[in-house]
Ligand binder design. Sequence first.
Ligand code: NG1
Ligand code: ZN
Length: 533
Amino acid sequence: NASEVLLKQYVTDNASQHPRKHDTFIGYGTAGFRTGADLLDHVMFRVGLISALRSKSLGGKAIGVMITASHNPEPDNGVKLVDPLGEMLAPDWEKLSTSLANLSDDELPQAIIEKLIKPYSIDWQAPGLVYLGRDTRPSSVALAKAVIDGIACIGCELIDFDVVSTPIVHYLVASRNDESLGEPTREGYLKKLSGGFRRVCSQGKEKTRYNPTIKVDGANGVGAIVMKEFADEIDSDIIKIDIVYDGSSGRLNHECGADFVKVNQTYPPGLITPEKAIRFISLDGDADRVIYFYFDSNNAFRMLDGDKIATLFAEHLGGLVKQSGLSLSIGLVQSAYANGSSTNYIQDVLGIPVSCAPTGVKYLHHEAMKYDIGIYFEANGHGTAAFSSKSLSLIKDAAKSGENPATVELYEFTNIINSTVGDAISDLLAVEAILYSRDWTIEDWDSKYADLPNKLMKVLVKDRTVITTADAERKVVTPEGVQSKIDNVVAKYKNGRSFVRPSGTEDVVRVYAEADTKANADKLCSEVSAVVF
Ligand code: NG1
Ligand code: ZN
């Protein structure tokens, strides 16, 4: 029909501005499309098309597009789509995105009709809305232009938020589609989180242990920019925020940031004088991951990762729920990378149920939604507490009278916490508010349980897809026989645990091991790698 002919003509004309210049296969993985920035121009144009049509297929609801390669090196880039509730893209559209991204320019126009317009009965001339954001990578500017061209080709409203963190894009999309979540502007985000934080941190009696000074490692990325906005918004009597790796000189994620600290289990080398008694906080390149660290009285480096943050959230929010007398279920979701000690602490000491989901926050988020308050974190510092709409309205109503301080505080945590997705700065504010509320030092927090020494290795293989797993990635299914060999090796180690899985974001296989000592964890990790490869 005429409308289809017209659309095909538009796609043909505009795609020629963003031709597919190579035939490297690029798939929509756990973090969207992610690879070298120079391979992505045509993918971005197509993502523009897809995002506009996704919005139109959902009656014009806002859809998000975020251009970033997160913690990966600066020359990489990537893009992911955000669905209307602020959640990750629906799985069928992930598959469609992969298939459309890898077609030739000639095949594309007809495929848009056959794979999107017809099966989803999309009126491509109906209204649509896309929210666009990008990180600070130099390549993100041109790649954003390609997305914009794709959106314009379909004809769809676009709001471009320029340089912004990934979690802000999730918040903006979610609040645009559900106004009870807050005002759908950057200002609205800042005001909601900082307001809750300020109110919690000006309550209660004088603090004797909590030290309101923090040093934030912005990974030389957008996190530094957003953190600066919060520092301007929050009175320095409440918290003193010093930002380092703010992007003024060093390269993005280079020897700094949350991934560097977590993977190397050390502090960024540029922090020349490790100061005692200060909390250091490393964000990643798009500000959705956060890792705490400090130097203890012996000047030893101590790291508090996503598992430590998750347990702190669980302990505090769990306590507030009890004190408020509200009937709300609370649970915690981890991935296989969670430290065994954290799992034991949450289950045995806190008495809060724990479940394990496959790597990737979308799986954790999904599992967390089974609770009224579902806390989930990856060990690498990506996570949040997801409040169900039932819990949000219950807490809000109960807090109105102001009678029970625990209920009021719980309500304020629903403002501080970006419930749509892991958000480094929101998590940081929540951790600080909890430490303040409990009048804890970072040592107090750290002393709750001791991490088992662990090791994470990357192994380069010819074809990582030969390894398949089950049981939330904790057991190898193929190649056959590998799992029993791993079991035999693990059995030799005290507190030993190890697993192997193909990465969803890099062309490597990851091997994880933990054991009673660091030397044993390292040894177990090498032994398991040797068994597999
Ligand atoms: P892969 O590459 O699938 O291991 C990594 C992280 C995930 C998640 C994704 C998305 C580890 C071990 N894996 O996934 O937790 O954050 O990247 O960014 O940290
Ligand atoms: Zn990230």
